[in-house]
Design a protein around this ligand. Structure first.
Ligand code: GDP
Ligand code: IMO
Ligand code: MG
Length: 423
């Protein structure tokens, strides 16, 4: 078995990008398997912060191939901008970045449809990143989508036009006022398409099959988080792909029995951006303080992230869904300086205490039950060794390990690559 998975276990932004970058030297191939430019994966090293949306987070390390898998939806404009931003680093993009022919393309009208749909929902909006993710996956499952491989066919333009016609009538159907200038959007789109055509397209499932046969080590990089999974997340306030382990099989063409380690990344607390249930959300100064210290602002949209305590009911649910074999705890440094920390270990639900995630975790059904733990005051940002961690943090870690029955193998104490402690 030569494939490991790395997934977010909460509502996204757990710190997946940082950890993929840290682990990349152990692998030959890093592969994104779902989502698209709704993702914002942050990496920090040598004093520079990088945000990747579509490109896998192994791109900065030498001798590693990065693959955008078939399960990903690609906006050519955003991908081109991402590649442009890499220019100072002299990365051979044609050699190091491979794109699946079966990945779907986000058209400018997918973005418009996202906006029309969200506008028509009013207060009930999902809080989408408006990158056209939902509409693009709808075309994929509706069997109307355009894929990277279609760029190599002669009739791409014809197929594009016919899909855009459908989209325009759909936008009309929503009956909301949205302003757009299609010719100018298309100009930018086709210029990015021309650029995209110079990159390396592959039959990725075949590539992965042969890479595995050659004993290459593959790390599959998830986007979003388990609680945003289209099937298992807080529906309808979710994204439009499977963010859990199964998504890596369909999003790369890798057989389930090839998967070895499943690494689950979670923050020492919880955040969520966009609408939807969040049982442990804090509306007080503690939530504000976590948000400020943790700089909880979205990497893709710049929106403020909602903050709350760690929710072990939701975390265990995510662990079970993906068969997580090891946990990685991020942003432990942010929790320094709180006298008491709370961890949710159960929900009060319809008059009962439950330990599993019920069908709905909306506030009218669910009230979190907390265990309190002692906080710590030490600044962790310079800690390099597990034995230097404060005893209270060790207790916090042990508590989570006992509840989840999964070992925590890494603790992150800062955004930089080097602020990472293996335990
Ligand atoms: P991703 O989407 O899962 O890759 O996570 P994001 O990049 O959207 O959000 C994580 C944010 O936390 C980024 O700004 C990271 O630079 C930052 N970060 C990651 N790990 C740590 C950590 O251990 N401590 C602190 N303070 N920041 C971190
Ligand atoms: P990374 O990979 C956090 C959220 C949006 C919205 C919902 C649906 O950086 O962890 P969409 O644009 O997919 O239609 O939005 O999902 N969302 C994310 N939240 N991190 C992400 O990605 C997200 N991608 C989507 O805020 O609530
Ligand atoms: Mg993010």
């Amino acid at each position: 078995m030569s494939v490991d998975l790395l997934l977010g276990l909460q509502w996204g932004d757990e710190g997946k990008g940082k950890i993929v970058d840290v682990l990349t030297p152990n692998y030959d191939i890093i592969a994104r398997f779902q989502g698209g430019p709704n993702a914002g994966h942050t990496l920090e090293f040598e004093g520079v912060k990088h945000v990747l949306h579509t490109i896998p987070s192994g791109i900065f390390r030498s001798n590693v191939i990065n693959v955008i898998g078939n399960g990903v939806v690609i906006d050519p404009i955003i991908l081109k901008k991402e590649i442009d931003a890499l220019a100072p680093y002299q990365i051979n993009i044609k050699e190091k970045l491979l794109i699946s022919r079966k990945a779907h393309i986000i058209l400018p009208t997918h973005r418009l449809l996202d906006l029309a749909s969200e506008t028509s929902k009013g207060k009930a909006k999902i809080g989408s990143t408006l990158k056209g993710i939902g509409p693009c996956y709808m075309d994929k499952t509706g069997r109307n989508g355009l894929r990277i491989g279609d760029l190599e066919k002669d009739n791409f333009l014809e197929e594009y036009r016919s899909l855009v016609e459908k989209h325009l009538s759909l936008i009309n159907y929503y009956g909301v006022e949205i302003e757009f200038d299609l010719p100018s959007l298309e100009k930018e789109f086709f210029s990015a398409i021309d650029y995209l055509k110079t990159l390396s397209f592959i039959d990725s499932e075949d590539f992965f099959y042969h890479s595995q046969k050659q004993g290459k080590k593959i790390l599959a990089e998830g986007a979003q988080g388990s609680m945003l999974d289209i099937d298992f997340g807080t529906y309808p306030f979710v994204t439009s792909s499977n963010t859990t382990a199964s998504g890596a099989c369909t999003g790369l063409g890798i057989a389930p029995n090839q998967i070895k380690n499943v690494m689950g990344v979670f923050k020492a607390y919880t955040t969520r951006v966009g609408s939807g249930a969040f049982p442990t959300e804090l509306f007080d100064e503690i939530g504000e303080k976590i948000g400020q210290i943790g700089r909880e602002v979205g990497a893709t949209t710049g929106r403020k992230r909602r903050c709350g305590w760690l929710d072990l009911v939701a975390l265990k649910y995510a662990i079970h869904l993906s068969g997580v074999t090891q946990l990685m705890m991020m942003k432990a440094d942010v929790l320094s300086g709180f006298e008491t920390l709370k961890i949710c270990t159960g929900y009060r639900y319809k008059g009962e205490v439950i330990k599993h995630l019920p069908y709905s975790i909306d506030p009218e059904y669910v009230t979190p039950i907390y265990t309190e733990l002692k906080g710590w005051n030490e600044d962790l940002s310079k800690v390099q060794k597990a034995k230097e961690l404060p005893v209270e943090l060790i207790e916090y870690i042990k508590f989570i390990e006992k509840e989840t029955e999964v070992p925590i193998t890494l603790v992150s104490v800062g955004a930089d690559r080097t602020q990472t402690i293996q335990i």
